[in-house]
Write a protein that binds this ligand. Structure first.
Ligand SMILES: C[S@@+](CC[C@H](N)C(=O)[O-])C[C@H]1O[C@@H](n2cnc3c(N)ncnc32)[C@H](O)[C@@H]1O
Length: 239
């Protein structure tokens, strides 16, 4: 009898240890890559190679006059449906090109929080903020895993051409989810993957399915995916 009980307990423990191990391994994880792509940082997340960060030296490309026609940034802003008084985040804001367009829409009493990790971008953002009414553009410097934003401050947040190059996408997205109000929106804008008409390096593109996989892994609720000329705009609701 005792032997039977012991055997039963042993089977139960083995089964539960499988379950626990399985649970710990479920979802998106990081991996170090033995043969990294030259445009990557040598690390993958959720089976996707993470790209290198676009350096501040690329600032003129973000501000190029033809960007409006090429990327239809006007359509992007229109689709966000911003309203006066909203508090919104531009995460990985770069030079503030998109943040400035958003700032016009949430005026006169809304705020755009523009966050970036590179000190040189922060300086450029500060210049943009100085040209706007005081408080319209709030600048925040992030660290690798933390956006350093106040909790539940944002009605909506956008990342334009940013998510694919986050060194710690999981922790950064978790930090963003804390900063966005419950029921608020998080919008990923990524260059379309596998599209020969999009003149962007492969590691700087993402498919809708990949974005969805990574966002849903953290509990974001998929709302919709829309097409711009070069990018997809994928919207989620913060639970
Ligand atoms: C390709 S640029 C896009 C800039 C801007 N969103 C635009 O479309 O004009 C990507 C930006 O993301 C920023 N970035 C990368 N990792 C970041 C992080 N962990 N936190 C905040 N910003 C980050 C980079 O410094 C860079 O300015």
């Amino acid at each position: 009898m005792n032997n039977r009980v012991n055997m039963f307990l042993a089977i139960l423990m083995t089964a539960s240890s499988f379950w626990i191990t399985g649970a710990a391994q479920a979802g998106c994880t990081y991996a170090t890559l033995p043969n990294p792509h030259p445009d990557g940082i040598g690390k993958s997340y959720c089976d996707r190679q993470i790209s290198k960060v676009m350096g501040w030296q690329g600032a003129p490309w973000l501000e190029r006059p033809q960007r409006l026609q090429e990327e239809r940034t006007d359509l992007l802003i229109q689709k966000l449906n911003l309203k006066p008084g909203m508090v919104v985040g531009d995460i990985g804001a770069g030079t503030g090109h998109i943040a400035q367009m958003m700032a016009e829409k949430i005026a006169p009493n809304g705020v755009v929080w523009a966050v970036d990790i590179q000190p040189q971008m922060i300086k450029m953002l500060q210049k943009k903020a100085d040209g706007l009414p005081k408080g319209r553009l709030q600048i925040q410097q992030s660290t690798e895993k933390n956006l350093n934003l106040p909790d539940r401050i944002l009605d909506m947040a956008i990342m334009v051409d940013v998510y694919h190059e986050l060194e710690y996408p999981r922790e950064t997205l978790q930090s963003l989810m804390k900063a966005v109000k419950k029921g608020g929106k998080i919008v990923f804008v990524e260059y379309r993957a596998f599209d020969p008409d999009v003149p962007i390096k492969a590691l700087h593109t993402m498919s809708v399915a990949q974005v969805q996989k990574e966002a849903e892994d953290l509990g974001l609720k998929y709302e919709k995916a829309e097409s711009l000329s070069w990018q997809n705009m994928i919207t989620f609701i913060n639970p």
